[in-house]
Ligand binder design. Structure first.
Ligand SMILES: Cc1cc2nc3c(=O)[nH]c(=O)nc-3n(C[C@H](O)[C@H](O)[C@H](O)COP(=O)(O)OP(=O)(O)OC[C@H]3O[C@@H](n4cnc5c(N)ncnc54)[C@H](O)[C@@H]3O)c2cc1C
Length: 402
């Protein structure tokens, strides 16, 4: 334990790597400790292996967090800052629908490799296979002990351990435990950005079908999301499910959650649309009436679910329930999918216990906490990585100035 580091970062994920790079570039003697044999593993699996690293529309509206924290963080590291940062690292970027930004190479390795190369050039040290199990705060410094034996001495510590989501790829409770040992409060973590299990087993008939919908979760507050919905053998997945999952997961603590699925989000006036269709195709039987509008399996389920008579022309039946169901199909969420399918965690270190301008702990001076370890979770589309980079960057700026 003879070397005294200026800054020691626990975790070589998105936040830790960027923070370490910035500290080392500023001439700080920097060490990053990573428990895994390899760094950047979650970056590599992100965005289905393509890494959706930021989003043009990043704003406090897309996070479940204290808006003041996100506002302040975006002032330090905005969408444009993030784009330029990675372009400066040599990553060619491309923007897709809904402002989502990916490396143009089509692979997350482009982002991870660029970060690793810059880190090497910066002079930062990275030690893998070193799991920090204890942090002792002395009067002036910190002493970190790893499971593998060595102890490290440093002026400042950055906890960038990520969350417990996706345990098969580095997700761990270790960061919560370390933060707690230094006096921080942990908001119990919940899985988010994962599929939703439904009570209605009949919907498994739709397994594999994808459609564009609007979902409305009858939660407090009400949450809506628009985009692709994927029916599965347990319920629903895809952006239209993931982007209400943050609120659904929290509300599930009090029991099952109702969601309505609108299969025609593009219609301004669905009632008028269906009235016209009834006038035009009233002599058709239900299956032919819905032909051209819906996937056949959805039509069949709708007919069974709403009790339409298959052989009777629609104008001779009460269509009201069926047509209403198409824009507000009720389903009941009973559970989130397990942690190994969650792309993020709600909960984590209570953010009121850190300085929003520096990410320094208000309880333990010299300790910084960044990334998904904090009680911040964003919607899908590049928001979580943006926060990880931005918080790592902001902490590094503060460390440089000291
Ligand atoms: C499948 C999947 C897809 C995703 N896709 C996207 C996407 O496209 N866009 C997006 O914005 N977000 C995405 N995310 C979320 C995003 O990956 C995370 O929000 C982000 O990686 C968090 O960064 P972080 O640095 O806080 O933590 P991580 O990237 O998780 O890094 C934490 C690191 O700390 C290490 N560590 C933990 N404890 C210790 C310890 N005690 N000692 C030493 N090392 C330790 C871990 O091994 C890990 O390497 C996805 C997540 C998953 C699981």
């Amino acid at each position: 334990m003879d070397t005294l580091y200026d800054v020691l970062i626990v975790g070589a994920g998105a936040s830790g790597l960027l923070c370490g790079l910035e500290c080392a570039r500023a001439g700080k003697k920097t060490l990053i400790l990573e428990k895994d044999p390899l760094p950047a593993r979650k970056i590599l699996v992100s965005g289905n292996g393509r890494c959706n690293l930021t989003n043009r529309f990043v704003s406090p509206d897309y996070y479940r967090a204290d808006p003041a924290l996100i506002e302040s963080t975006l002032q330090h590291f905005s969408f444009e800052d993030c784009k330029h940062y990675f372009e400066d690292l040599g990553v060619l970027l491309t923007e897709e629908a809904q402002g989502r930004v990916f490396p143009a190479a089509g692979k997350a390795t482009a982002v991870a490799d660029a970060l690793k190369a810059a880190l090497k050039e910066s002079g930062a040290q990275l030690l893998t296979g070193q799991e920090v199990i204890k942090i002792k705060h002395t009067k002036t410094d910190f002493i970190l002990t790893t499971k593998q034996g060595p102890a490290f001495h440093t002026h400042k510590v950055v906890l960038a351990c990520g969350s417990c989501a996706y345990p098969q790829v580095t997700g761990t409770n270790a960061g919560y435990e370390l933060a707690k040992s230094l006096g921080h409060t942990i908001i119990p973590p919940l899985p988010v950005l994962s599929g939703l299990c439904l009570k209605e087993t009949a919907l498994t008939r739709l397994s594999g079908i994808k459609c564009q919908v609007r979902t409305t979760a009858k939660t407090n507050p009400v949450a809506t999301a628009e985009g692709e919905l994927i029916f599965t053998n347990y319920g629903i997945n895809g952006p239209a499910a993931l982007n209400v999952s943050q609120i659904v997961s929290r509300n599930l603590q009090n029991g099952p959650v109702s969601i309505e699925i609108n299969f025609f989000p593009q219609l301004d006036n669905p009632q008028q649309f269906f009235r016209t269709r009834l006038e035009k195709f009233g002599s058709r039987k239900p299956k032919d009436f819905f032909a051209g509008l819906l996937h056949e399996s959805i039509t069949n389920l709708l007919i069974d679910f709403t009790g339409l008579r298959k052989q009777v022309p629609v104008r001779e039946q009460n269509m009201q329930r069926a047509l209403h169901t198409l824009t507000a199909w009720p389903v009941t969420v009973t559970a989130m999918r397990p942690w190994k399918e969650a792309m993020a965690a709600a909960g984590g270190v209570k953010t009121r216990e850190i300085n929003y301008n520096t990410f320094e702990s208000l309880l333990c001076p010299g300790l910084y906490i960044t990334g998904e370890l904090l009680d911040v979770d964003g919607k899908s589309g590049g928001l979580n990585l943006h926060f990880a980079w931005a918080s790592g960057f902001t902490a590094a700026q503060a460390i440089k100035e000291k």
